[in-house]
Every structure is written in C-alpha cells, then in structure tokens.
Design a protein around this ligand. Sequence first.
Ligand SMILES: CC(C)(COP(=O)(O)OP(=O)(O)OC[C@H]1O[C@@H](n2cnc3c(N)ncnc32)[C@H](O)[C@@H]1OP(=O)(O)O)[C@@H](O)C(=O)NCCC(=O)NCCS
Length: 286
Amino acid sequence: ANPMEVTRTTVSFESALPNKKGESFEDANVRKAFQLLAGIGSMVATYHRVRNGRRPVKPDSQFGHAGNFLYLLTAKKPDEYSEWAYDKVSILYADHEMNASTFALRVTCSTLADIGGAVTSAIAALAGPLHGGANQMAMEMMEKIGSVRNVESFLDAELAAGNKIMGFGHRVYRTDDPRALILKDIARKFAEKDAETRKWLEIAERTEAVMWEKRKIKPNIEFYAGVVLKALGVPNDVMPAIFACNRIAGWVAHYFEQAADNRIIRPVSEYVGPVEQPYVPIDQRS
Ligand SMILES: CC(C)(COP(=O)(O)OP(=O)(O)OC[C@H]1O[C@@H](n2cnc3c(N)ncnc32)[C@H](O)[C@@H]1OP(=O)(O)O)[C@@H](O)C(=O)NCCC(=O)NCCS
C-alpha cells in the first residue's frame, strides 16, 4: 500500500478503538483531535521506514514538530534551514478553506459522525491526483522531462494530447498561488547549495514559463512543493501523505467549527435525464 492509503487506514483503525471509560463523544473527539495532530506525521514516517526494512526512529526533543518529522523519516538530524523549510511547508499546507477534502470532512461531520471517520473521508478525498496527489505527479513529471532542454517538447506533446499538467491550475486562483511563490523561494535557497535541486528547479522554472506562454496557467502549491520536499529527502510516493500530515490542522479546526453550528449538508441534485418513459414489462426488454 502507498503511504496515503496507509495513513487513511490507520486513522480509520484508530477511530474504531473504544472510547475511554466514561468519556463522552465530544471529549473523545477532542482527545482524538490531539492524537491525530501529533500522530499522523509519525505514522507516515514510521511506515516508510518499516516498509524499507528499517527500524523506526524515536523522536528527539531537541527538535520541534517539523524537525522531528524529518528526523523520523530519514533518521538524519535535520539542519536548521531544513527544519525551518519543512515548518514553512507545514504552515502552507495547514488549511485552505473549502477545498475538496475539507468539504468531504465537513459533510461527514455534519451527520454527527466522529472525528476519526470525518478525517478518514478527508484523506480519501485528498488522495486523488487532482488534489493532494499532485505534488508526487508533478515531481515525477519533472523526472520524466529529465532536462531543461526537453521541457517545451514535453509540454507540447502533453497539451496536444489533452493531458493536464500536474501542479498547474487552481479552482480558485486565477493568478499566482501565493503558496507557490513562497515554495519557489525556498527551492531557490536549497538550489544554491545542492546541484540536484538546481536541476529540478531549472526544469520547474522553465515549465512555469512555457505553461504561462502557452496556456496562461500558473503553478499551484503542489508544483514547487515537489521540488522542496525532494530537497528535504522525502521520497516521491510519500509526498501526497505530507499533505495529509499537515492539512490535519485545518481539518480538525473545520470539524469543530462545523460541529459547533451544525446542520446536515445535503445538497439537492437536478435530474436532467429522460422523463415520462413508457413502462416495458421485464420479459419484453432487450
Ligand atoms: C486544480 C484543477 C483540478 C482545477 O480544475 P478546474 O477548476 O476545473 O480548472 P479550470 O476551470 O480553471 O480550467 C480552465 C481550463 O484550463 C485547463 N487547465 C486547467 N488546469 C490545467 C492543467 N493543469 N493543465 C492543462 N490545462 C489545464 C482546463 O482543461 C480548462 O480548459 P478548457 O476550458 O479548454 O476545458 C485543475 O487545474 C487541474 O487538474 N490541475 C492539475 C492537478 C493539480 O495540480 N491539482 C492540485 C490543485 S492544488
């Protein structure tokens, strides 16, 4: 299973554990919210190590939440800039109003379901390539492009085939995604010291320029997140789960906000199919 699937299943499993004796539904939700906030990062990092036959790493109180995630994932003590950079990634991912996963969480919460179930729905909605899966796909696309010389021909072929370019476009932003600008600056800082990051950054910046020239579409958070996460030693298939590890802050806040002033979210759909069809007995149907 990939790390996002494992995260979804582990959160779901945890939410199935019985409440403490005498604990109310509300108190259990608050307890689980703290456990989720503190625990999702170590679930992802520990799973990644175990699947590679490595021993889990114990957190080190010398580091904060961000630094410990990198330490648990890589078993290497992060330098100050890496810890700072991942902290910024965490803040940028933490919340983004009514995106698809947060909406899924709010719908689930609105039925008075528990927080673990609501976060499970959110992770399921996040997993798709149009939402949280895009950072991995953007990074894999850059690897496929391989060199700054190939950017234009690659994009021409993809766009001519009607394919979406991962890490570009946004439902709400019609101009720069401000999160992408911050991540680009962080990627540039890593590129000053690291040749591999320099290579990905050159491809990324050329891709951004060509996409603007040809389609007037800007990169979103996921595009430069791929480059920054790669520089931090995050493997490609762990990148989508990084989104979940950090969006948990927003999900938890949205859960309690919805619960505090709840009404079931139940949209109506408009039927646009054929009407007044003649009834055909079952033995006369083709
Ligand atoms: C994010 C996304 C789902 C928004 O979808 P949306 O709101 O339906 O997109 P828009 O209405 O802005 O699309 C307008 C046009 O731009 C095109 N477009 C949007 N994103 C594109 C992309 N990444 N690559 C190529 N074309 C794109 C659409 O196909 C559409 O073209 P059309 O009018 O000829 O059909 C979409 O941009 C996308 O799939 N991006 C790639 C995945 C991604 O990076 N997701 C992470 C989001 S944070």
